[in-house]
Design a protein around this ligand. Structure first.
Ligand SMILES: *Cc1c(COP(=O)(O)O)cnc(C)c1O
Length: 223
């Protein structure tokens, strides 16, 4: 068995039922994606549009591509025809653009709202209050070509596991609050995307439904 297949198997063994794995393959060659594919993995996460477009060409058609990085509005049009989920919708402007491009393609695109909870200032996303305000505004109800499936976040990149847990729990609590207030009748609002190679076990404990794992499967990235 290849390294990739072995690593994949190990990560999958850690995931309880109901938690899906996004194999984060950014910066890794398509040969490695193929190894994961051959071992049964179908959901792949990428964070650069051009790189993703090249890989789409070379991979089988039944791959579910998730875009997990920061997305510029002017690049949405490239993803709209095929993307399965956009994890990091961090502005209303981006959500409107995804809606517009999805409409052009006759699709409804699944998206997650990205929360900014981590202490790092550079991270993108809605603050919890901005997220509440946005949903309260109701504009999203008019955007019929996007489906808000849930929330996404990245915890601070620290060793302090209690801090990581605290940030993820905050996201989980906000999810419950928003679910009750705006999506009680919509089973589609069900996804919690958090957890990476170093913190996905904590993510599982705090209710993640999608974990985004790269290094633990494919090894260190060479930039
Ligand atoms: C790169 C990346 C990951 C995966 O990180 P690893 O530490 O390699 O598991 C997860 N989520 C996002 C948004 C990323 O950009």
């Amino acid at each position: 068995m290849s390294n990739v297949a072995q690593n994949l198997k190990k990560v999958l063994a850690d995931l309880p039922e109901g938690v899906r794995l996004v194999a984060v393959s950014k910066f890794h060659p398509v040969e490695m994606l193929r190894e994961a594919y051959d071992a049964g993995q179908r959901i792949f996460g990428e964070s650069h549009v051009q790189e993703l477009m090249q890989k789409v060409e070379q991979m089988p058609k039944d791959v579910e591509w998730h875009f997990i990085g920061h997305l510029q509005t002017n690049k949405v049009k490239y993803l709209a025809p095929f993307i399965s989920m956009i994890h990091a919708v961090d502005t209303v402007k981006l959500l409107r653009e995804v809606n517009k491009q999805a409409e052009r393609c006759g699709r409804v695109i699944d998206v997650l709202l990205e929360l900014h909870i981590a202490e790092e200032e550079t991270k993108y996303g809605f603050s919890p209050d901005a997220c509440r305000q946005f949903l309260e505004s109701g504009e999203w109800r008019e955007l019929h070509h996007v489906c808000i499936r849930g929330l996404m976040m990245m915890a601070s990149f620290v060793d302090d596991r209690e801090q990581i847990r605290g940030e993820m729990q905050l996201a989980a609590d906000l999810f419950d609050e928003l679910k009750q207030k705006y999506f009680a009748d919509e089973p589609s609002f069900s996804e919690r995307s958090w957890g990476m190679s170093h913190d996905y076990p904590i993510a599982i404990e705090t209710g993640a439904t999608l974990v985004r794992v790269g290094t633990a499967i494919f090894g260190e990235r060479v930039y």
